[in-house]
Design a binder for this molecule. Sequence first.
Ligand SMILES: [Zn+2]
Length: 679
Amino acid sequence: MRYADYKMSHEEVIIKINSLRSEINFHNHRYYIEDDPEISDRDYDLMMRNLIRLESEYPELITADSPTQRVGAKPQTDFSEVAHRIPLLSLGNSFNDEEFESWYKKTISTLNLNDTELSCELKIDGLAVSLLYENGVFVQGATRGNGTTGEDITLNLKTINSIPLKLIGNYPRTLEVRGEVYFPKSHFIDFNNARKEKGLKEYANPRNTAAGSLRQLNASVTAERPLDIFIYGYGWSEGSHYAFENHFDSLIYLKSLGFKINKSNFLARNIAEAKDFYQRWVDERHNIDYECDGIVFKINDLQMQEILGSIGREPRWAIAYKFPADRTETQLLDIKVNVGRTGSINPYAILSPINLGGVTIKQATLHNEEYIKSKDLRIGDWVYVERAGEVIPQVIGSNISKRTGKEINFSMPEKCPSCLHATTKNPDEAALYCTNISCPAQMVRLIEHFISKAAMDIDGMGGKTGISLIENNLIKNISDIYNLKKEDLVELERMGDKSSDNLISAIEASKNRNLSNLIFGLGIKHVGSEIADILSNHFEHIDKLINASIEELEEIDLIGPQISKSIVDYFNIPENQFIISTMKKYGVNVRHIKNTTPENMGILENKRFVITGKLDNFSRSEITKIIKDLGGAITSKVSAQTDYLIVGIDPGSKLQQATQLEIPIINESDFLLLIKPVK
Ligand SMILES: [Zn+2]
C-alpha cells in the first residue's frame, strides 16, 4: 500500500472486505441473474478494485467464495475425474405429436391417472454441468461426462458470472444442482470473426463454442468468453432443506438461493397446455439469445417421478420433444471462389435457392479446400444445409444416395481469379493465398476494411463508390484516398456535389483517428482490432512498430510468433512502407493518442476529484488537464460532494477525511480504468 499513513485495524479490514464482498455479490446477482442492475459498471469495477487491493494486502483473508476468485488460478495441465453421486440422466426424444402423446398416455396409465401436471422447459443446446455447494459455497463443478463420471471444470465454471459463488437464503449444508451452460447467439458471429482475424480456427456453432470454452486448461481464457447458465434441476442435498412435492417448486426454491432459472419455464395442467407451449416456441425460439432445440417435459409430481423411475440412463418421467430441424436439402449448383482482404482464396457454394427458417439461402461458405474434401462435396450433389447458431448457412454434408455419377470434384484454382497471379499455400494454414500486393480483388476488400467503423471510419466510400474509385484508377492503394479531390469525385457516376463534399470532409476527419485505428485499418494478417490496440499502446508511434523485430514483438503479451511474423513480413514490403509514408505526408495521425478519445469523451461529466500524494504517471497539471478534458473537475478540499479521492505516494490528511466521509478512494490504476474508453 503506497498510501500507508492511514492504516485500518485488522478488524476493520475484515469488516470492510466482508461488506465489499456482499455488496459485490448483491450487484452481481442484480446484473447477471435479475438482469436489472442498480449501479453503473464503473462503480461495480471500483468496488471490485478496492476488494482486490485489500485482498492483495491481506492474502490470508482470501476465501474461495470471494468474488475476486472467479479468475486468477494458474493454468491446469489436466482435468481430474468427478464421480456423480446421482447420475446425470439423458433424455428420451420424441419428434412429433404422436410420439409425444404416446409417451404421455403410457406414463399416466402407469400412474393410473387421467391427466397430470407437466413442467415445460426450453431445451437449451449447451453443455450439462453439475454444481456442488458446501455450506453455501461453490466448491466443485463438473461436466456431465458419461453421466456417472465427468470432468472437474470448477475453475472454468467459476468464471461464469451467473453461477453464484456464495448462495443466499436458506440453503442446505450440501447441495448439488444441474444446469446447462451456453454461449449466447448474439456474441457468436463477432467471436468467430475475431478468431478468424487472429488466425485461429472458427467454431462451428454456439454449442461447440460453449464446450470448447469450458474445456480450456487456462481459466482466464474461459473468463473472456460470455458464457451463461440456466439451472434446471435439483440434484441431491444433505442437511436441512425444504421438502418439495413437485419439481416446479424445487426450481422456485433454487431461484431463492440465487440461481438463474429460465423465466420461460411453464407449468402445464394437462397435455393440451403442454402442446400449446411447444407450438408457441417452434417459432419463438428464433427470438431468444440461445440455441434451443426442443422442449423438455417433466412429470411435475416428485413422488410420481419416483414411481416411474428410469430405464438405463433415461428417466421415464421426462422426455425431450425436439423441434423440427432447421435443416434442408438442396442442390449444390457450383463452387466459386472469392479473394479476401489478406489474399486468401475462399471457396463458397452456389445453392439452388431454398427457404430455411424464413430466410432464402442461395450461398454458403465452404471455408477452404480441406472442408470440401472432408465433407466429400461435389458439384451437382444434393447437400444438407443448416444455419449455425441459426445465423450462418452451412453445408454440412451431401446426400450420397442421390448421386447420379455426373457430379464433379472441385479443386482450388492455381491462379488468383482476380489478377491471375499464382496461388500459394503456407504449410501451417488451411487457406490458399494470392500474394500479389496489387491484386485488385484484395484492394477492394482492403478499402472496405480501411474505411470501416472500427478502422478509419470514412462514411460514404463503401460499396459501389469504392469500386468505381478503383475502376477509374483514382485509388491504387489506401494512401491514395488522401489524395482524392472534389473534382475527381463529382465526375463519378452517382456522386453529386453534396455527396462529394461529404466524402471529402469524412476523409479529412479520418486523419485524426488514433494509431490503433490506423494499424487495424492496414489489414495486416492476424492483426485484429484488439491486437492493434495493444500495438498502439506499446509502440505509440508507427515508426517504432515498423522497426520492431520479431523478438521485440513476441515479448509483448498476447502477441505470438504467428502475429509477429505477419507484422514483420508486412512492413518488409517496400510498397507498404511507401503507403505509410505517403499517409504521413498527407497528415494522417501516426501517434498513439492517450486518454482522451471520442469513446471516452465526457466520461467524467459532473465528477469531482481531489488528489493527495505524489503520482507516478502524471504531473498535477497533466492529470488536471485529463480530468477537465473528460468533463470532470478538480477541487482542493475533500467534501461530501467529492466523488473520488485519487491517492499517490505520501498522502496527506485528505486520505483520512475521505475515509471518514466514505468517499471512494482510488489509485492511479483505478483512475486509468475509470477513463478507459468503453468499447
Ligand atoms: Zn490476386
